[in-house]
Design a protein around this ligand. Structure first.
Ligand SMILES: *Cc1c(COP(=O)(O)O)cnc(C)c1O
Length: 363
């Protein structure tokens, strides 16, 4: 019934994405019998004592790993990171107020579009002029902005902020979907952090929202109950049936992350994997990177063949070696290797070996 380690693919897909193998195994076991209770986790009441303990542990692990104190609420919501594009301005921005946005790609473009329903968005910087291949620097954040919205890692173009964005003291709202908990975070600079779980911290179906408690109820408009952060904060994400199984798998992933040495430990691992791959891209004449070197993502590594004709050949060779999902996003082309927290260095080495073999054959 189980898939042997030799058959398991090296999954570099952008999301839903790889999770630790031990998490897959524990999650599979809990579907059959949760902790010897005699029930599948899928059939357990979200109001049961056993399930309550799962949510409590998930919240406390997130607080511990992220260094997130009680001035922030930890929420498990549905609707994906995409719903946060509108929920944030709906809950936080009054009609006559302004929020500042840095446009670093597809996802931030979508986030900006949603603001017009609730208030004013000013795009204070953008890297659209060069196909989102860099992170804009040296912009001014208006001091009257309610928040500055940024996207810490750009899953499609392959760029990442290497430090907390300058914000002129304005609280930051950050879409961290694709690099959440892959490196330490200066939490106190943020008013809100959100992440669809399916890139780095769990399966699809749950969205993590970390929000400053004193921001709850900020916007003075009437908000539908289910779209109001206060509703979910007041009930510990249990106002209605939460995405119970995704939260459980996220909790298991947090246990695993803690055992890796938390954010410092996983950052070291992620740096080593990214260096291994970027070094090959820079030294192998058949490949070239697509973004400014100082802004390269440790999570989503985008690269092109120097000879277009080799695109399909390389994808075939990688597939043959057991690599899944290497084809680049259609807007960038070429290749994208998503090497999230759970990706083993050995799997990155398999990819590097295929690149070298390609170099030997066609270089
Ligand atoms: C995938 C992704 C999203 C969209 O997430 P959904 O959960 O599918 O709505 C938003 N932002 C970033 C940075 C992403 O990578």
């Amino acid at each position: 019934m189980s898939i042997s380690a030799t058959l398991k693919k090296h999954n570099v897909s952008a999301g839903p994405a790889i999770l630790p193998q031990s998490v897959f195994e524990e999650a599979a076991q809990a579907v059959l019998d949760f902790n010897g209770v005699g029930l599948s986790i899928l059939e357990m009441s979200h109001r049961s004592k056993e399930y309550g303990a799962v949510v409590d542990e998930a919240v406390s692990l997130i607080r511990e790993i992220g260094g997130i104190d009680d001035s922030y609420e930890i929420l498990f919501l549905t609707g994906g990171a995409s719903s946060q594009f509108y929920m944030a301005p709906m809950n936080l921005l009054n009609e006559n107020e302004t929020a500042a946005y840095v446009n670093t790609g597809t996802w931030s473009t979508k986030a900006i579009k949603e603001v017009e329903n609730f208030g004013n968005a000013v795009e204070i910087a953008s890297s659209k002029d060069k196909g989102f291949s860099y992170i804009p620097k040296g912009y001014d954040v208006p001091s009257d902005a309610v928040y500055l919205h940024t996207t810490s890692n750009n899953t499609i173009s392959g760029t990442e902020y290497q430090s907390t964005p300058a914000s002129n003291g304005v609280p930051i709202i950050c879409d961290m979907s694709s690099n959440m908990f892959s490196r330490p975070i200066e939490v106190e600079k943020y008013g809100m952090i959100y992440a669809g779980a399916q890139k780095n911290i769990g399966p699809a179906g749950v969205t993590l929202v970390i929000i400053k408690k004193d921001w709850l109820g900020r916007a003075k408009r009437s908000i539908p109950t289910m779209l109001n952060y206060s509703t979910h904060a007041a009930k510990g994400s249990m106002f209605n049936t939460p995405p119970a199984y995704p939260i459980y798998v996220l909790m298991l992933t947090m246990r695993w992350l803690k055992a890796q040495g938390g954010l410092k430990g996983i950052e070291q691992h992620n740096i080593e994997k990214a260096n291994l791959l970027y070094n090959e891209i820079d030294s192998n004449p058949l490949f070239k990177g697509t973004v400014a070197k100082e802004d390269r993502s440790r999570m989503n590594v985008t690269f092109l063949p120097t000879d277009q004709e080799l695109t399909d050949t390389f994808i075939d060779m990688a597939t043959e070696a057991g690599i899944n999902g290497i084809k680049g996003h259609r807007s960038v082309g070429g290749f994208r290797a998503s090497i999230y927290n759970a990706m083993q260095k050995e799997s990155v080495q398999v990819l590097v070996d295929v690149m070298r073999e390609c170099g030997r054959k066609f270089g």
